[in-house]
Design a protein around this ligand. Structure first.
Ligand code: SF4
Ligand code: SF4
Length: 375
């Protein structure tokens, strides 16, 4: 039977003992870790490590949440590995930098867990995915609760895009420039390797222009967990004060029968859902475009013709590091001594550049009509 339960547990800070207690309670409400992992099984712990950002920046899954998950698993199995494929970092030396700066290496060393690298790929459903996701008996997904300019929300489903090895992610972005197309890819990957358990770092979430440094930290003070990633993401969308199916990955997953058709079909454990809903939650500036598919087709087409946005570089914040150029799947970014230039004729509006900019120097400029609509 499909498990439509989601647990929500309060956690005020990243203090080790508090996080441990919250993660344990969240999984205990679901029946305990033994329901998801059998003794001696090999487990891949998959955090969201977007870039080489320090834990306090809130861009990556916090290392204390990863530590709590490892400690939860430890009594059941000692065969635990941890890894991710960061946004544009395909080479081992670059991945090492992300592991280092994010604090994940330190925690894994302290907890005696091997860090693995998603550098080799295996084609699954046509996608180059890490073999680690398949050689391990269990996948424990540990995403971060953040907004995303393209898919509105990044949590359980979007985190699985990190199973795609290194720079292959850029090609997939380029081949699927629309939010709905990319969402189909993400749901394909979710279908190819469904996590056995999802534990979300929602202590410090991100609102506004997430998921990178351009977003704004938002204290939500919670850990969310569930066996079904679609259910967890539907609940998180509700906590953002959004209809669950405004998130295109949720919509696509529900269409394929991977999750429920209504939020009311989810069994929320840990308290009334309304207690966890944010008083306010800012969406990304480009989010209106993610909502368009929910409008009647004629209206949606008409609006797409009028509503538009474009990324632009705030020269006062730009440090000319060149990471945006490296991440752009369309080759639209040029770096010169004078600064960064975006070739509008090439840009596919994927916002990968904004996602990876470590200095929050890439903003989104809305056109007149979009400003009017989003006022
Ligand atoms: S816009 Fe951001 S990523 Fe691009 S060069 Fe400037 S600081 Fe680096
Ligand atoms: S410039 Fe930015 S938004 Fe445009 S295609 Fe490149 S990464 Fe995507």
């Amino acid at each position: 039977m499909t498990d439509h339960r989601v647990s929500l547990v309060r956690c005020a800070s990243y203090e080790t003992a508090q996080v441990q207690a919250a993660v344990e309670e969240a999984v205990c409400l679901l029946g305990g870790i033994e329901c998801f992992v059998k003794p001696g099984e090999k487990v891949l712990v998959k955090p969201n490590l977007l870039t080489d950002a320090e834990p306090q920046k809130g861009v990556d899954t916090h290392p204390e949440v990863v530590r709590a998950v490892i400690r939860l698993l430890r009594p059941v199995t000692k065969h635990i590995v941890c890894g991710d494929s960061p946004s544009v970092w395909g080479e081992k030396k670059d991945i090492n930098k992300v592991y280092e700066v994010s604090g994940i290496r330190r925690v894994c060393e302290e907890e005696g867990v091997e860090l693995v690298y998603f550098t080799k790929s295996r084609l699954v459903k046509g996608y180059p995915l890490t073999p680690w996701a398949f050689s391990c008996d269990r996948l424990v997904n540990v995403p971060k609760f953040k907004t995303h300019g393209f898919t509105l929300l990044t949590a359980c489903l979007k985190n699985l895009f990190g199973l795609v090895v290194g720079m292959h992610k850029m090609k997939i972005h380029f081949d699927h420039p629309k939010a709905l197309d990319l969402s189909r890819v993400i749901v394909d990957i979710y279908e190819a390797r469904r996590p056995d358990l999802n534990i979300v770092d929602g202590i410090t979430a991100m609102e506004g222009d997430g998921p990178g440094s351009a977003g704004t930290l938002k204290h939500m003070g919670l850990i969310a967990a569930g066996a079904n990633g679609v259910c967890v993401d539907m609940v998180l969308a509700h906590l953002m004060r959004q209809d669950a199916f405004v998130v295109p990955t949720n919509k696509e997953a529900a269409k394929r029968g991977l999750g429920p058709q209504h939020l009311r079909d989810i069994d929320v454990l840990g308290g009334p859902l309304s207690d966890f809903v944010a008083a306010s939650f800012r969406l990304p500036k480009a989010s209106i475009l993610a909502k368009l598919p929910r409008m009647p087709k004629v209206l949606s087409r008409l609006l797409t013709a009028f509503l538009s946005f474009k990324p632009y570089v705030d020269a006062s914040r730009c440090k000319l590091c060149g990471i945006c150029q490296k991440s752009c799947p369309a080759g639209a970014v040029r770096l010169s001594k004078k600064g960064i230039r975006i070739d509008r004729s090439r840009c596919i509006l994927c916002l990968c550049c904004q996602e990876v900019c470590p200095h929050g120097a890439i903003d989104v400029r809305k056109n007149f009509f979009l400003r009017l609509v989003m006022r």
